[in-house]
Design a protein around this ligand. Structure first.
Ligand SMILES: [Zn+2]
Length: 271
């Protein structure tokens, strides 16, 4: 898997017979007190390996487009105009990557939080994907399609259990961060890629210390166990990971390291 093109808001990777495009919606700053130790308590001190911006953690916000040249799936959609103004660049990123939004018929959502689902509606209030046919989401998170998201509610496909999105992409329910949190796996001639949503929020810390969790994990124990299980699987040969909050473009390879894991990014940061 290697980068073939990049810009301010996107990086395109060739992945065997698939193309993976990382789309940078922006970033969001969060207080460091959101980091929790193995007992759910705020970390006493943030380790030096964690970069801070005016005392805050800076989380990249990424979405990923997976294409086999015929069918494509967009995984997550960013925050649009509905949260902090540091996000909302998804449409710009797609344009920069040369992707026509009319070509997108399937959107797969990892979970119902604003920085993942809000981009289904553009900042101007129109539907971002005029030819949208299906919005896939974990059943326990599917009640989010009200209010500004109501216009797409007639196309929601609830996921409960392992589900094929198309020939190439499979949804795997992975509750913990939210009850409906779902990761998406795809296999190409070059290996397997897991787009894992919010399994990790702070990559500078949670690979080396996967027990560290996030205040907004709905069930911290279940989320921690899921993180361990997925990291262990990803450390095997032929596996790649893409994360909504890994540093943009947020695509890498995992290996075991000491008591934890290490992430090697496949492209330089555009954060
Ligand atoms: Zn998130």
């Amino acid at each position: 898997m290697q980068p073939t093109a990049s810009g301010q808001h996107h990086t395109t990777f060739s992945f065997g017979d698939l193309t993976v495009t990382s789309l940078r919606d922006g970033y969001v700053d969060m207080p460091a007190t959101r980091l929790r130790d193995g007992h759910g308590q705020a970390l006493g001190e943030v380790p030096d390996c964690v970069p801070l911006f005016d005392g805050q953690l800076r989380l990249s916000v990424n979405a990923f487009l997976i294409s086999d040249g015929t069918a494509s799936v967009l995984i997550d959609t960013g925050a649009s105009e509905a949260w902090h103004s540091t996000m909302g660049s998804l449409n710009t990123a797609l344009r920069e990557a040369g992707v026509d939004r009319v070509s997108i018929t399937d959107v797969a959502i990892t979970h119902h939080h604003e920085d993942h689902v809000n981009g289904l509606i553009s900042p101007d209030g129109s539907q971002a994907f005029p030819a949208l046919e299906r919005v896939w989401i974990g059943a326990a998170d599917a009640s989010v399609f009200t209010g500004r998201l109501a216009p797409v509610s007639d196309r929601v496909m609830s996921i409960s259990g392992r589900t094929a999105i198309n020939d190439r992409v499979t949804a795997l329910p992975t509750p913990g961060h939210t009850d409906g949190h779902t990761v998406y796996e795809m296999t190409s001639s070059e290996g397997s890629l897991l787009v894992w949503g919010d399994t990790v929020h702070v990559p500078s810390l949670q690979f080396t210390q996967p027990d560290v969790s996030w205040e907004l994990d709905g069930d911290q124990g279940t989320a921690r166990q899921a993180r361990h299980t997925l990291l262990e699987r990803l450390a095997g040969p032929g596996h790649f990971v893409a994360g909504a909050h890994l540093d943009s473009p947020g695509v890498g390879r995992v290996s075991r390291s000491g008591d934890g894991y290490a992430l090697e990014y496949l492209a330089p940061s555009i954060a």
